[in-house]
Design a protein around this ligand. Sequence first.
Ligand code: NDP
Ligand code: HSE
Length: 438
Amino acid sequence: MKTINIGLLGCGTVGTGVAKLLIENRQLIQSRVGVPLHLKYVADIDLEKARGLDFQDTILTSDANQVINDPQVDIIIEMIGGETIAKDLILKAIESGRPVITANKALLAKHGHVIFETAHRKGVDLAFEASVGGCMPIIKTIRESLVGNHIKSMIGILNGTCNYILSKITDEGISFQTVLKEAQVEGYAEADPSLDVDGLDTAHKLAILSSLAYGTQINFDDIYIEGISQITPMDIEFAGEFGYRVKLLAIGKDRGNAIEARVHPTMIPFDNLLSNVNGTVNAVTVSGDAVQDILLYGRGAGMMPTASAVISDLADIARNLISGATKRLPLLSFQPDSMRQIPVMSIDDIATHYYFRFFALDRPGVLSKISGSLGNHNISIKSVHQKGRKSNGSVPVVMVTHRAKESDVKQALREIETLDVVSANPLLIRIEDEWQQD
Ligand code: NDP
Ligand code: HSE
C-alpha cells in the first residue's frame, strides 16, 4: 500500500487544525481513503510556537521551498494566506505537477485566472473547499451535487467574523470593537481584519461561488461591496422594530444576460432561515431550477471546522492519485472551453426594498419634505418611524420603502442631503424579503 506524503505550508490557525486531524485522526482517515496520509513536512516561520501537537517523524522547516523541492511530496497544502508568497508557492507546486489544496479565497478571487489556467494546463488538481463557508461543503455542492441545475441565485452569510460581530451587537449589546477583538483572538478574523469588516472577504467568496455557478470568471472589481462598519446599534434596533435582522449578505443572481454579484449589510425578515444564523456560523441558500431551494449551514471560520474542509479536499485528491484519475472534475465546475464572459450588473440597476435613516430637525413639515423628495424619484414609502431620541437637536427618522430602483434611490438621497431640515448624511440598508418572487 502506497503512502501519500503531504507537505503543509503554514501552520497558523487553520494549518494547525489540519496537522491535528492528520495526526490524531490518522487511522480513521486511512480507513476511509484506503492508504496512509503522512504529514511529511510542516513549513512555518515560527517553529517554536506551542501548537499542542506531537509531530513525531514530520520534518519541520522554515523553508517552504524545501517542501516543494522534495519529489517525495505528493500533495501540497497552502495555509499561509495572502497574495504574494502563497501565490508563488502554489504556482511552483502546480508547475512541478503536484496537486494543491488552499483555503486562500483572496488569492483565488483576484488571481484565480492564472492559477486555474496553470492547473488546467498541467492537469493537476487544485482544491479549495475551505475557501468558502468554512466546513460547509458549498463548493462540492455546486460543482457536483447541482451539476444538472441552472443556478438561479445564491444568497448567504459567508463571513464568520461579521456574523459574530452583528449577532453579538444585536443579542448582547456588546460594542463593535470588543467583539472584533474576540474574533481575532479566536482566530476567525483575517490577518488584516478590515478584509472581514469591509466586506472584501465575503466578496472574495462570492467571486469564487459565482465562477462555479455561472461558468464565468468575474472581475473582482465588478462586485459591489459594502462592509458593516456604518451599521449602528440604533439601526439594528430599528430593524427589529420593522421585523428584520441585519446580516452581511453575499448575493449572486442569474439575470439572463448578466449576473448580480453584491455584498452589503441587508435586512432580512425574522422568519427567513438566514436571520436565525448567528455567531460564526455561515449559511447559504442556493436556488436551482430542479432542486428549488437548498440550505447549507455550518461553522464558517475557526481552526477545526476549516481544517475539516481541507481534509475533505485531501481525501478527494488522494483518491484521485490512488485511482490515477486526472481532470475528473473541471476545477471551476464548467469545462474550460465552456467558460464565458458574463457582465456583472451595476448596483444602480438593481431594484429592491430599502431602509433609510435620516437625522432631521424635530419640527413640522420635515416628513413631507423628505417624502416629497422620495416621491419625486418614484420611491413609495411603506412605513415610517420617528423616535424622540434627540441627538444634537435632531431626531432619527427611519423609513422602509416599497420596491425601488437603486439609481432612483441615490438621486433622491442626494436631494434629501441638501434639505436644510436634514442634519447628517442618510444611511441606506437594502432589504431582501421577496426571495421566491425574484
Ligand atoms: P494564520 O496567520 O493563522 O496562519 C498562517 C501561518 O503561515 C502563520 O503561522 C504564518 O507565520 C505562516 N507563514 C507566513 N509566511 C510563511 C512562509 N513564507 N512560509 C511558511 N509559513 C509562513 O492564518 P490562518 O490559518 O487563519 O489562515 C490561513 C489561510 O486560510 C488564509 O488564506 C485564510 O484566508 C484562510 N482561511 C482562514 C480561516 C480561519 O478561520 N482562520 C477560515 C477559512 C480560510 P507568522 O504568523 O509568523 O507570519
Ligand atoms: N475571516 C474569515 C471569516 C475566515 O471570518 O469568515 C473564514 O473564511
